[in-house]
Design a protein around this ligand. Structure first.
Ligand SMILES: Cc1cc2nc3c(=O)[nH]c(=O)nc-3n(C[C@H](O)[C@H](O)[C@H](O)COP(=O)(O)O)c2cc1C
Length: 439
């Protein structure tokens, strides 16, 4: 994806991007780096958590849980060590924002990890990158090594008497390990399947110790928030949705890229003003608003503010900020088939509704797409997806069902055109064609 300019007015988390050389630790320090962690040491855990609460920052991994509140759930006393876990799995189709931080501002991720550690009383943080981000691992590892060489990490950080270590780790290319409990399993060297909750990670997490898990962007936002103040950060966004966030705008737009926009920014403006509108002047057909698991929006539904609450009110989700624009040439039936194929491929197989549901939806949609389906097939797809909702241990089942329901309900006519023989797709698509060679 080309790296386009971020929105010029409200750049916070992307402050050190665009060839400023912040991967170099001296440059990072020159650009106010490692100041926030020193402030955090001076002020102490309560101040950090209160600042985070005041900022209104909500997790950028998809669910939008308030970060300060999450940190406050970690028990102060614990017999087992506590941990910070940075989620850089970034495997949801359409989501491509965290990689920019690893690539251009790795020390912000490290500094944010340290601050989270100070807030909860952890001495060890893990930065977990998706398997396909191996090339970014080198950058992260170099940044960690440089931070140790300067004495910023390790024993007695900044003369505080406190110790903090950071370890990097990569996955093996499974979407499921982005789910926080599967991520912990994977990190512990086991198969990446989710754990039953409760207990939640804040109480029983990695190696059984209290653990804070946050998305990489959430963590990289932390040093900026401490330096500018929680209230000032909150004011950039909307009520209960503080600050700015990254959006990866891709698909049929003139200027695809990763952009930083204030929370609540208009979806329409993001597509037309920021990303240059639909490519080649074509008509916009649909938008996947926040990564492939979010219910699709039609061209008439774009006058909505990009924050967690407004998107939920509009019947969809802000998710992980991956906006995928589809123009009039896209077959929604083919798109729905590709999306469900991804989830079928990535389902860990533990829960029957997810394992069987994704498989049957995929088979049925493949039949519809090839022109051999019936109206009953369309009903069955809806029925299957509806019955997956809320019936799995982790939200991967919902993540597969929600977009399916959106496609079938909002574009039913198009599915009917396929079963009535008015349109027909390619009869056979193999796994690589369906899911993509990267998965
Ligand atoms: C199947 C699945 C995949 C997920 N993938 C990611 C991911 O790649 N990155 C991420 O930060 N969160 C991902 N999540 C959400 C995490 O479980 C968790 O909510 C998040 O890391 C918490 O961080 P936050 O509070 O900063 O958003 C995923 C969830 C599910 C169910």
């Amino acid at each position: 994806m080309p790296r386009n300019v971020s929105h010029p007015d409200e750049v916070i988390v992307l402050k050190r991007r665009f060839g400023q050389g912040a991967t170099n630790i001296d440059k990072y320090v020159e650009l106010d780096g490692y100041k926030a962690v020193q402030q955090a040491i001076a002020q102490g855990p309560e101040w950090i958590i209160n600042t985070m609460k005041a900022s209104g920052l909500r997790g950028r991994g998809g669910a939008g849980f308030p970060t300060g509140l999450k940190w406050s759930f970690v028990p102060k006393q614990s017999e087992k060590p506590k941990y910070v876990l940075v989620n850089g799995d970034e495997s949801e189709p359409g989501t491509c924002k965290d990689h920019v931080l690893f690539l251009e501002d790795p020390h912000a991720v490290i500094e944010g990890t340290m601050i989270a550690g100070l807030a909860i009383g952890a001495k060890l943080g893990f930065i977990y990158l998706r398997g396909e981000y191996r090339y970014l691992l080198k950058i992260m590892e170099q940044a960690v090594a440089d931070a140790y060489a300067k004495g910023y990490l390790g024993k007695n950080i900044f003369g505080s008497g406190l110790d903090f270590d950071v370890v990097t780790q990569t996955g093996a290319g499974a979407y499921e390990v982005g789910e926080e409990s599967a991520l912990m399993e994977s990190l512990e060297g086991k198969r990446g399947v989710p754990r039953i909750k409760p207990p939640f990670p804040a109480v029983v997490g990695l190696y059984g110790g209290p653990t804070v898990i946050n998305n990489a962007e959430t963590i990289a936002s932390v040093p900026h928030i401490l330096l500018m103040g929680g209230e000032a950060y909150a004011k950039l966004g909307t009520e209960r949705n503080g600050g700015t966030r990254l959006f990866g705008i891709s698909g049929h737009v003139e200027k695809p890229g990763v952009y930083e926009l204030p929370m609540g920014y208009s979806m329409r403006k993001a597509i037309y003003d920021v990303a240059g509108g639909v490519k080649g002047g074509k008509k916009l057909k649909a938008v996947v608003p926040g990564g492939s698991s979010c219910p699709v929006m039609t061209a008439d539904e774009l006058d909505v503010g990009l924050d967690f609450d407004q998107m939920a009110k509009a019947g969809t989700m802000l998710g992980s900020g991956g906006i995928v624009v589809l123009d009039e040439t896209v077959s929604i039936v083919e798109f729905a088939l590709r999306v469900i194929s991804f989830y079928q491929h990535e389902s860990c197989g533990w829960c029957i509704p997810c394992r069987e549901g994704t498989d049957w939806i995929k088979k049925t949609l493949a039949r519809v797409y090839a022109g051999g389906g019936s109206k009953k097939d369309i009903d069955n797809v809806e029925y299957l997806a509806d019955n997956m909702m809320g019936r799995t241990f982790c939200p991967l089942g919902d993540a597969a069902a929600m977009p399916t329901l959106g496609f079938v309900r909002k574009f039913r006519k198009e599915f009917e055109d396929y079963v009535e023989g008015k349109r027909a797709g390619t009869p056979v698509m193999n796994e690589v064609e369906l899911v993509g060679a990267g998965h």
